[in-house]
Ligand binder design. Structure first.
Ligand code: SAH
Ligand code: SF4
Ligand code: F3S
Length: 461
């Protein structure tokens, strides 16, 4: 009997993680996973096998929040079948709603804010020992929020590793909840980021994606005088990272020293995500974005002059309060002039705390839906045209994972951030291989490795 008990306690505890929202949430989920590994947790692929479920949430749009509520609703039954299950809600909805989540969802055990993830192991230990349900949502960073979490020997990484370089945002765009749920801008010291990138590269990461709501203003408040371009140069010089990317850039803070990095730094991929939100100056002003459509376009020209092959993606929204048909036409004009390689488009929705929720002249849901369909049709044609121009080109693809498009298919990205599916085996994961693009679709490309598969099975280049 005693032996059986020992065997049971040696079993790892099951941790199921579900992440909504931006890449910064993906990074935070990884931190939670790494931190809890020390307490004997291993990831499970099914929620039903878990002892703890961690849901990392996003509240940037109303729809994002509804998705969280609907998942929480679905978990009620699982919890009633397995009362020992601990359900944890983290992320931006947790930060926004705090203990009201516990009231609204009686089967949720723990609510943990965006600034307190480091406390999770301790909270879980006490809740699993029978302590009461808890909402821990401090409005200041807890000690150590930005440090490396957990014993690094146990770290595992994918081929592409996210690394958050700064948190929060000071811009207060009038539609946006992020400054309220993530707080003011604060950057991690460059040495600490360097250490983390070196470690991830040692563990097998080949591409590092540097994250922040507004990476261009990296360095604000740090004792050291490091701009974001300095950080990129440091990482390119001091690590063996094969590819570097970053997101998101704010157009008003996109400076020439950063643009120059696309010329000078070979690991930096020729792609930038540069949200513009609207093509109408009147709306941009009401959004508090700090640039005009003309200024945005000039930045695009500067980027293209420095790096002619650069691909540009962006975010845009339709139906901001007061947006007329005329304003919307200006947005369509910007799409036609810039010809984005890809675009994320959203319907405006009111968010708590924001200034825009109180603006008059709300656009009807019907009109927003209509504008979004029109905008997406225009962009779909542009994206497809650009993807078709890839056919016949040889692109270097970093192989990331097995493809969703079928058996025996692998998937990776070109330097320009286009997804390429091709015939290949798992052994290629993490390799950079030349691929001839053979077909183009709306959201991906199909290709054929330049060298026969048997020639690709050797050592990594
Ligand atoms: N920091 C990034 C954006 C982060 S939020 C930036 O400044 O560009 C991601 C995107 O969600 C935004 O670019 C915007 O297009 C969209 N978004 C944010 N708040 C929204 C709202 N209230 N309604 C609709 N879309 C919104
Ligand atoms: Fe939100 Fe604007 Fe900050 Fe982006 S820059 S996170 S849209 S407030
Ligand atoms: Fe969403 Fe929070 Fe990211 S609101 S977009 S998860 S910072």
């Amino acid at each position: 009997m005693e032996g059986l008990c020992v065997a049971q306690s040696a079993q790892p505890l099951g941790l199921y993680v579900h992440t909504f929202g931006c890449q910064m949430n993906t990074y935070d989920s990884l931190r939670v996973q790494r931190l809890l590994a020390q307490d004997g947790y291993a990831l499970t692929t099914n929620a039903t096998d878990a002892d703890v479920i961690f849901i990392n949430t996003c509240s940037v749009r109303e729809k994002a929040e509804q998705k969280v509520f609907s998942l929480l609703g679905r978990l009620r039954r699982l919890k009633s079948r397995k009362p020992s299950l601990v359900i944890v809600v983290g992320g931006c909805v947790a930060q926004q709603l705090g203990s009201t989540l516990l009231e609204r969802f009686p089967h949720v055990d723990v609510v943990v804010g965006t600034r307190a993830l480091g406390s999770l192991p301790h909270i879980l230990r006490s809740v699993r020992r029978g302590a009461s349900r808890v909402a821990h949502v401090p409005d200041q960073d807890e000690e150590g929020w930005r440090e490396l979490f957990g014993q690094t020997e146990a770290w595992v990484t994918d081929v592409v590793a996210p690394v958050t370089v700064m948190q929060g945002c000071d811009n207060f765009c009038t539609y946006c909840i992020v400054p309220y749920v993530r707080g003011r801008e604060r950057s991690r010291p460059s040495r600490e980021i360097l250490r983390e990138v070196q470690l991830l590269v040692e563990k097998g990461a080949r591409e590092v994606l540097l994250l922040g709501q507004n990476v261009n203003s990296y360095g604000k408040g740090l004792e050291e005088k490091t701009r974001f371009s300095d950080l990129l140069r440091l990482l390119a010089r001091e690590t063996d990272v094969v590819r570097l990317r970053f997101t998101t850039s704010h157009p008003k803070d996109l400076t020439d020293d950063l643009i120059q990095c696309f010329v000078d730094l070979s690991p930096l991929c020729p792609h930038i995500h540069l949200p513009f939100q609207s093509g109408s100056d009147r709306i941009l002003k009401r959004m508090h974005r700090g640039y005009s459509a003309e200024e945005y376009f000039r930045k695009v020209e500067r980027l293209r002059a420095a790096c002619p092959e650069i691909s540009i993606s962006a975010d845009v929204m339709v139906g901001f309060p007061g947006e007329t048909r005329e304003d919307f036409e200006r947005t369509l004009d910007l799409l036609r002039t810039v010809e984005f390689d890809s675009l994320f488009s959203f319907r405006y929705s009111d968010r708590p705390h924001t200034a825009a929720r109180l603006f008059p002249d709300k656009v009807s849901e019907e009109e927003k839906a209509h504008r979004l369909t029109e905008l997406q049709a225009l962009q779909a044609a542009i994206t497809l045209k650009k993807n078709l121009m890839e056919v016949g080109q040889v692109r270097e693809v970093l192989v990331e994972s097995t493809s969703k498009s079928g058996q025996g298919q692998m998937s990776g990205r070109t330097p320009h951030n286009r997804i390429v599916n091709f015939e290949g085996s798992q052994a290629l994961k993490g390799r950079l291989i030349p691929v001839t693009i053979t077909e183009a679709y709306a959201h991906s490309l199909k290709g054929r490795p330049v060298f026969p598969l048997e020639d690709l099975s050797g050592q990594r280049p």
